[in-house]
Ligand binder design. Sequence first.
Ligand SMILES: Cc1ncc(COP(=O)(O)O)c(C=O)c1O
Length: 462
Amino acid sequence: MTNSVDSKRIVPNELSMKIWSEEKDYLSTGITRLTYELPISFHKGKNDILWDVDGQSYIDWSGGTLTISTGHCNENVSEAIKKQIDLLWNVHDHPIPQRIEVLKKLRKLLGNDNYVYQFYSGGSEAIEAAIRAAYSYQSFRKRKIASFREGFHGKTRGSIMAVHALYGKSVNPNYLAPVSIPFPKCYRCPYDKEKESCNLFCASETVRILESDPSIGMFIFEPILGTGGVYGPPPGFWDIVKKACRELKILLIADEITAGAYRTGTFLAVEQLNISPDLVVFGKGIGSGFPAMILAGRKDIMCYPGVFCEDNSSSTIKKAEFLGQDFRALGGASTTFGGNPLAIAAINATLKEFDRLDIKSHIREVSNILSSELLKMVESYNVLGEVRTWGLLIGVELVTDKKTKMPNQELAINLYHRCAENGLLIKMDDRGIIHITPPLTLTKENAIKSVQIFEDTLKELL
Ligand SMILES: Cc1ncc(COP(=O)(O)O)c(C=O)c1O
């Protein structure tokens, strides 16, 4: 990309403000703070650059809430979707020619011949499906969910409880209150321990919590905490916890909606943690921004024994009819739009682009550029507490000073505004953490340029 960013503009500019001033009266207040802070109206994107309606450009460090994997409007993905548009949009679960191509690629990428797959459109929907699959598999006495206190898995949990009366035949979907476990953040240890001497107290504490309640039947976790602040577990944490989960017969459900589809440098982040989950949901970037999510999981969890996977004769289909709303029953796993031909075309083209672009090596290079510059900045500025990097999922912790580690949300908001004026769209959370999640195709040139804008803007503000 040769686009350069303009310097010092009015953001949001005239046309953006005109659109927003009308639009906001029609919208729920429940949209994100980032939009309230800066209601920029975007109208075009190409690779790692966004343009607003006033013609101003921005290097994109937000990546369409992590969905933009192969770049904004990737030509080959666009082409594949356009081609599919004139062919077929929905035939529900019926086989379509590209689906088997995608499934074969996924099986190779996940490296587990024992997984089967189900397609969904949104993250919460796919997470609900994973939990429902685990519910169907576990006994009535083992259906409590354990999760990380700071984790995020979506907003639709109520929907399945709301239809309890209708669908509660064989699987009572009235989830039991989850068991909350603090995420092992070394920078802000929930147990007030020091990394050098803690002896992985977080892992033994997690095991203690899991052991204390035999009704826990599943542990849903983000391998790298995304929305919760871009934190990863300390090395060795999962070796201890996964062993305990196996012994306690607790299913591991990996939520890779943020981390999957190469965001953290490997196709799934669990590869880096050496975890083989029983069920895994991924990933925001799998359709390059087209709505698509995938649930993969152990065949014996996602398929009723003796039904379909091994044998689809009419007698086994009959058996499945009596399973009520079990995930594995007839129609129990599928949804209206999940895996529609347009989504499958987008996934197929995205996977091809990952190969063509050698995305893994590209991410490694660009991630190194960003993180080495950011780490230098941490040495120089007292307000930068820590930089945490997993591929192109990077967290920069802003603090009032390194000693107290007080979150510096005010600086985060100011940086957000001023970076946009300087041509860089960043993303911050309410704890003063900057989340750097650009398209995976961020060019090296724009990686260097953007980190420079970030530093110059920080200097302006200090
Ligand atoms: C880790 C994780 N799980 C689940 C979700 C929910 O996905 P959706 O917003 O598509 O329902 C998100 C969304 O940001 C997420 O980051």
